[in-house]
Ligand binder design. Structure first.
Ligand SMILES: [Zn+2]
Ligand SMILES: [Zn+2]
Ligand SMILES: [Zn+2]
Length: 479
């Protein structure tokens, strides 16, 4: 029996063969391996080569790979953020039998599909934030000891399991003059407390880290938790690095797998080049310096390429240049872009949840409470993905990245400006078709530039890949 695999299945198999081969293994060898692993596949050498070349091009151009080299070319010209498949996320997704992570196509990157036919109101997965940086309301409660400093859950004053910040041996006995006033952090239980300690060490104790307090105040005044999420992504990597080089590298790789693009590109798209250079970049530089200092590194104020040195009292580890590079301004811009592209409303960045692509007519939605759970068990740092209509096996599972109440033009403009892709989902295409039939012209997103080399900017959306999007455009007579 033979079958005809779709592009996603071939890319999965290619990825798998690559992971088992020596770096630089040629495409002929990889083709042989894929054929050997899938003897029933009808797969021509030509089709395989075409897909392999496309996926190579994507890997080279992907800004997700760009931060280590922070090549200006990569960051400035490649306007399509592409996420990669993180093997750890794939492993964690395997506990959910309703879903599979798949490479959807080279343009959309990874996505999640239904493993079988699913009815409406099915809980597909739950995901705990990779890092959680709560919005203002919860953040203030965290500083007052009224919400868990790790997961954001409200801590009842009388809760028996709640524990105080473990960084102080006991109040008053510490060699550092720590006062009750300075640190009121509390955790809902020992699990949250020890996870927090493992991931961030002493970095998030405001009593032991003045610079973190400054960063908190800054985020508060700007009413954004983005710098705090960036701080936590970096803190997690550096603390892991201190445990062992391997753990540090693993952590950095996990961050790399999140779709990313320089915040500079996002700012330019949303506010124009002049406003970006005149106002936004100076603001980001300020936030960069505060973040680096809160991580216990010294940095020259306002110097983007300044030498960055670890504070040796806190960091006993010698960090190689490749790791210190994560603290450069370019890397900071990339991390800020990653947070903006991937975070959920509440300020969490989720590995599995961020693998879900967009549709303006989504078949799933995010909830805070488990399908048959109680609000009492809910933690702000945890999300549940629930189907909102029946889904067929193999169908991609989608969420909406914008309000579905917006008009066609507003949605497409918003997605183009904030997520850098043109939406060609079923709903957008149907609505465009409708307008065309009624003789109404559909405006392209403001600042829309014709794509280079005929490639489209779609990173997410429906099943259309570049060629298909072009076909749809041609059919709809849109330039
Ligand atoms: Zn907690
Ligand atoms: Zn503390
Ligand atoms: Zn759409």
């Amino acid at each position: 029996m033979t079958d005809k695999p779709d592009d996603g299945a071939i890319l999965d198999a290619l990825e798998h063969a690559r992971s088992l081969s020596a770096p630089g293994t040629g495409v002929t060898k990889l083709y042989e391996r894929v054929k050997a692993n899938h003897p029933q596949w009808q797969l021509s050498d030509k089709r395989f080569r075409k897909l392999a070349a496309k996926s190579n091009r994507e890997a080279e151009e992907s800004p997700a790979n760009g931060h280590a080299s922070s090549s200006k070319r990569t960051i400035d010209t490649s306007a399509v953020p592409v996420s990669k498949i993180d093997p750890k996320v794939v492993a964690s997704s395997s506990v959910f039998d309703a879903i599979k992570i798949r490479q959807i196509d080279p343009i959309k990157g990874k996505g999640i599909v239904a493993a079988r036919d699913l009815p409406d109101e099915t809980q597909l997965l739950h995901d705990t934030a990779y890092v959680f940086a709560a919005g203002a309301a919860i953040a203030q409660k965290v500083q007052r000891g009224q919400a868990c400093a790790f997961c954001g859950k409200l801590v009842d004053a009388l809760a028996r399991l709640a524990v105080s910040c473990q960084e102080h041996p006991t109040y008053g006995k510490s060699s550092k003059a720590v006062t009750f006033e300075a640190c009121k952090l509390r955790y809902c239980d020992r699990v949250c407390s020890s996870k927090s300690r493992h991931e961030f060490g002493q970095l998030i104790c405001p009593a032991l880290n003045d610079n973190y307090r400054t960063l908190l105040a800054y985020s508060d005044s700007r009413q954004t938790s983005v710098p705090l999420a960036v701080f936590k992504l970096l803190a997690k990597t550096f603390v892991a690095y201190q445990r062992s080089e391997q753990e540090g590298r693993d952590e950095a790789k996990r961050v790399e797998a999140f779709a990313g693009i320089s915040q500079r590109v996002l700012c330019e798209r949303q506010s124009g080049r002049k406003a970006t250079e005149d106002h936004l970049i100076p603001m980001l530089k300020e936030s960069h310096v505060l973040t680096v200092r809160a991580l216990h590194f010294s940095v020259e104020s306002q110097a983007s390429e300044a030498e960055i040195k670890p504070d040796e009292i806190h960091w006993k580890t010698k960090f190689p240049a490749s790791v210190l590079q994560l603290l450069s301004f370019d890397s900071f811009l990339l991390y800020t872009g990653k947070v903006n592209l991937n975070r959920e409303d509440d300020g969490g960045v989720y590995a599995l949840h961020s693998s879900l692509n967009h549709s303006c007519h989504p078949n799933a939605s995010v909830r805070r409470v488990a399908l048959r759970g109680s609000t009492n068990d809910a933690k702000p740092s945890k999300v549940y993905i629930i189907t909102r209509r029946p889904i067929k096996a193999g169908e991609e599972i989608t969420l909406t990245y914008c309000s579905p109440h917006l008009s066609l033009e507003q949605r497409r403009e918003y997605l183009y400006n904030h997520y850098l892709f043109e939406c060609w989902c079923e709903r957008c295409v149907a609505e465009m078709e409708d307008r065309r039939e009624n003789g109404i012209k559909v405006a392209q997103p403001t600042g829309f530039e014709p794509p280079i080399n005929g490639e489209t900017h779609q990173a997410s959306g429906d099943h259309a890949d570049g060629d298909l999007a072009d076909e749809i455009k041609a059919a709809l007579q849109i330039a």
